[in-house]
Design a protein around this ligand. Structure first.
Ligand code: SF4
Length: 705
């Protein structure tokens, strides 16, 4: 606490991780301001951050008491915490006894705090005996996790935000940070304003707000990013703009890479990507001349059936030029959610264990078993996000506990997801908001404390750990998530291993698991975070709380031979194909002032004023071919479903493609505007991240303006 009514926290929206100051008024409501001392945002906040106070001041939609129903024909009724958790534990135990531990699962969120994430993992993997815990972060960054592990030997973002101001070429591929990571983009723009020679290149099928402030827009056809990156690699090699010494001493795989990128001509790459050759050559020329080359990416690369390959192909540009481990240089995956990084640290994916340990590794499993003092850790990989809902549909997964996420809007192929939720034998939903569409499917509803009503830590996209102080009490019977987990663990008979005096003890336990690993945070505690502020991992006991801004400055990568791996995988996009019936490619994404499924942001009138209703963007040529006019209500259809939506006509989108925002769920129980009715459940075979950016559809008039 900084003074009596003022608390330090971190914005609960995106992975930028802006510092905030929460001030509690005499009335009990809060005001929120950017923290001027915070190294990320230096007092700035974006439109979402500036309206954070509404997430807790307006309690009109809050879930306030535990609720339960004995069958789906009954309404939910208020019950005590004991009743709700005893029933959940009884059903979990019954299923585990009858069908085995893999019959139950937890589906968590990149908005959970690190301590919560850690405990959910400990309970499922260490005590229940299954690895069926996955997260909605699977939907946004698991391809980057695998990309980093395969190339750098560990899931580490090697750069930091301060590298922005030290770079002279910034390549943004598959991202719209001007809307989705606004404070970082403000830093990029300010850097360019001060240094007009800095070059910004944006790769995107759409002319987004980010494109508006770039020097070169590579308006790529969806799904062809790997080819573009190969083309850039080919030119860099041809122009001798690579670093042979770095390649020889610190990498493996260059010759295979070279053979691959030279297997096509530049014209073939340009034709496939639908980008002029001259534009690709200019981008390569700028990268070649740069002293500081920073690549940034988000969902456009990650949310793909070849997401890992896309990640590797971009990281390879940093490796062949040796532009990594030096100030202003490196590959920078921007995380979407506020604590996607923290979830990765504690092993919050169904194939990981705490401190980036691998589930496949028997030594790692044995280490965590000894540490937790629970049962044998299963070597069976757990179900990933989309696999869980398929397993509910098929009946192999009986019970699911959904925490802080709204899969009935955010997962792909929602008609299948709804079927899964209907067929589930038990759906528990733990959330803050009754607005979550997933609550409608719940048998048991558990009201959780919101941001500012609980304490804990988060880690942002540059590995910066921050403490979120509790500022106000939670309303009604809402409980912090860590208390809910510990109470449930007790009902399951594991209480002795979930008996913590405070949240900081949970963090301290997690920190101990990191000792000696590449993500060591044994030098971090609540005390150090309060006294010295945020810190970037690794931060060992010996580091005197200095943390680590940049990784690989010694060129020693985290692979067994310390060399980075230049890898090539499949470059052909294996998404579903367009056809005569469904000739257009639907892309999905976000808009500036809404967050995920809008349970928080739609409460704020100011945010709804930006874009208040669902829409589809379509190129004017495609609209003219279909005799459609701006403002028409159109029907977008494919083999999975149909939605109706208002048509925007634009030249800011590639012909042959259209775009919908993913935020809207069912409006008045209709099929109006729910983009994920149309997205497909194909996944990258390695990262298991869904293919949100490529669905074959057709658009026709539903209602004439
Ligand atoms: Fe919050 Fe992200 Fe906006 Fe910062 S940029 S205020 S973290 S939403």
């Amino acid at each position: 606490m900084t003074n009596k009514n003022t608390y330090k926290s971190t914005c609960c929206y995106c992975g930028v991780g802006c510092g905030t100051i929460v001030t509690v008024q005499d009335s009990g409501s809060v005001t929120v301001a950017g923290d001027p001392e915070h190294p990320v945002n230096r007092g700035m906040l974006c439109s979402k951050g500036m309206n954070l106070q509404y997430t807790v001041n307006d309690t009109s939609d809050r879930l306030l008491t535990p609720q339960m129903r004995l069958n789906r024909n009954m309404p939910l009724q208020d019950v005590s915490w004991d009743t709700a958790l005893e029933r959940t534990a009884k059903i979990f135990k019954t299923f585990i006894e009858k069908y085995g531990p893999d019959s139950v699962g937890f589906y968590v969120s990149g908005q959970c705090l690190t301590e919560e994430y850690y405990l959910w993992n400990k309970l499922m993997k260490g005590f229940i005996g299954s690895n069926n815990i996955d997260t909605n972060s699977r939907l946004c960054m698991s391809s980057a996790v695998v990309g980093y592990k395969m190339s750098l030997g560990e899931d580490v973002v090697p750069v930091c935000y301060d590298d922005i101001e030290l770079s002279d070429v910034i390549l943004v591929e598959g991202g719209n940070p001007a809307w989705c990571h606004p404070i970082i983009w403000r830093r990029v723009e300010a850097h360019k304003e001060r240094n007009p020679d800095v070059k910004i290149i944006v790769v995107d099928p759409r002319k987004t707000q980010t494109v508006n402030s770039c020097d070169l827009h590579l308006d790529i056809f969806p799904g062809t990013d790997v080819y573009l990156n190969y083309a850039l690699g080919r030119i860099l090699i041809e122009k001798n703009a690579i670093d042979p010494e770095f390649i020889a001493n610190h990498t493996d795989g260059f010759e295979i890479y070279k053979e691959k990128v030279f297997s096509w001509t530049l014209d073939e790459y340009a034709d496939t990507c639908k980008i002029e050759v001259e534009k690709i050559e200019l981008a390569a020329e700028w990268i070649a001349k740069s002293k500081g080359f920073l690549s940034m990416w988000t969902m456009g690369l990650n949310q793909s059936v070849i997401g890992v390959s896309k990640n590797l192909s971009l990281i390879n540009l940093s490796l062949i030029t040796g532009k990594i481990g030096k100030p202003g240089n490196g590959p920078f995956s921007l995380t979407g959610q506020p604590n996607a990084m923290g979830g990765r640290e504690v092993g919050g994916l169904s194939n990981m264990l705490a401190s980036h340990r691998s589930l496949e590794n028997p030594v790692h499993r044995a280490e965590m078993k000894t540490f937790w003092g629970g049962g044998e850790i299963s070597d069976r990989p757990g179900l990933t996000a989309t696999e869980m809902f398929k397993a509910l549909e098929s009946g192999s997964l009986k019970a699911i506990w959904i925490i802080c996420t709204n899969p009935a809007v955010s997962l792909p192929d929602l008609n299948m997801v709804e079927e899964g939720l209907k067929k589930a034998k038990l759906v528990v939903v733990q959330d803050i908001s009754s607005k979550s569409d997933t609550v409608k499917f719940a048998d048991i509803v558990l009201p959780a404390a919101a941001w500012a009503e609980k304490e804990g830590t988060m880690t942002n996209a540059e590995r910066r750990i921050s403490l979120l102080e509790k500022a106000i009490p939670a309303p009604g019977q809402c409980l912090p998530d860590v208390e809910i987990i510990c109470k449930f663990a007790d009902k399951m008979g594991f209480g002795d291993s979930f008996n913590y005096a405070s949240t900081q003890d949970i963090y301290a336990e997690y920190a101990t698991t990191t000792e000696g690993t590449n993500i060591d945070v044994t030098g971090v505690s609540y005390k150090s975070l309060k006294e010295k502020g945020t810190i970037q991992w690794p931060a060992t006991k010996k580091s005197e709380n200095k943390g680590t801004a940049r990784i690989f400055e010694d060129n020693a990568f985290f692979t067994p031979n310390k060399k980075a791996q230049i890898k090539v995988l499949n470059e052909k996009n294996d998404s579903e194909s367009t056809s005569e019936d469904f000739p257009l490619v639907l892309l999905t994404g976000r808009i500036r002032d809404q967050w995920h499924t809008m349970t928080k942001t739609s409460k704020v009138n100011k945010l709804n004023q930006h874009i208040g209703k669902p829409f589809v963007d379509m190129h004017l040529q495609d609209a003219a071919n279909r005799n459609l006019k701006a403002g028409d209500i159109v029907k977008i259809k494919n083999k999975r479903g149909e939605v109706q939506v208002t048509l925007n006509i634009s030249e800011d989108i590639k012909p042959g493609t259209c775009f919908m925002a993913m935020h809207w769920g069912k409006i008045l129980n209709s099929t109006f505007g729910r983009a994920n009715n149309l997205t497909n459940n194909l996944i990258d075979p390695i990262s298991k991240e869904p293919d949100f950016k490529y669905a074959a559809v057709e658009v026709s008039r539903f209602y004439k303006k």
